[in-house]
Design a protein around this ligand. Structure first.
Ligand code: DC
Length: 211
């Protein structure tokens, strides 16, 4: 049976970086499930289709190819906002969750990161991590990433956006963002990515021993 690691948490908590480090270290397949919502949203935007038509969005989600999802193409703020809107739709979620579960079955193991992996997509995952950080720290990281790219940004606006996105992800009826009962909490507000990786590795090594 495939060994699955579920990593959930709010935007900009560090779960993407942590997931990639873990997947590389163990030689596991990695899926950033946020990209599946973003790619569906981008397809709607590109075709000029409305963001509030559930049947149309679900049809695109059903035909999504998980190969070749690229964050650099899908990172635009407008795509993230649109993704967060279609992510509240039950039919979109069930199409994408089915594709994510097929991905999770691959040998020798998989790392999936998102909002509902430990709670809905892979409730039987061998290890579940919930990676979080304060909204202010996450906004600061986003802000610094943008400045590092040589672009300009308004910290207060980013901070507001982070809080609005959190509220939408945490309060939606369908699969709201929350830690699974058996998830290990990693608060990266005052923790380096290396320290978070060390903590994750010791939990995963322990689970691999008892596999
Ligand atoms: O992590 P991200 O910013 O790429 O995610 C974009 C949106 O997709 C986010 O607002 C919520 C949604 N999402 C989700 O509902 N479930 C997931 N497993 C991953 C992302």
């Amino acid at each position: 049976m495939s060994f699955t690691i579920a990593i959930d948490g709010p935007a900009a908590a560090g779960k993407g970086t942590l997931s990639r480090l873990i997947a590389d270290h163990y030689g596991f397949h990695h899926l950033d499930t946020g990209l599946t919502y973003r790619a569906t949203a981008r397809a709607l935007l590109e075709k000029g289709l409305p963001l509030d038509d559930e049947a149309t969005a679900a049809a695109l989600a059903e035909n999504l190819d998980l190969n070749g999802l690229d964050r650099s193409v899908l990172s635009a703020h407008a795509i993230g906002e649109a993704a967060s809107k279609i992510a509240v739709m039950g039919k979109v979620r069930s199409a994408l969750v089915a594709a994510q579960r097929r991905f999770a079955g691959q040998e020798p193991g998989t790392v999936l990161d998102g909002r509902d992996i430990g709670t809905v997509v892979c409730p039987d995952a061998a290890v579940k991590l919930y990676v979080t950080a304060s909204a202010e720290v996450r906004a600061r990281r986003r802000y610094e990433e943008i400045l590092a790219r040589g672009e300009t940004a308004d910290f207060d606006r980013i901070f507001e956006d982070v809080k609005i996105r959190d509220a939408r992800d945490m309060n939606r009826a369908e699969s709201p963002l929350k830690p699974a009962d058996d998830a290990h909490l990693l608060d990266t507000s005052e923790m380096s990515i290396e320290a978070a990786f060390d903590a994750a590795r010791s939990l995963i090594d322990q689970a691999l021993k008892t596999k």
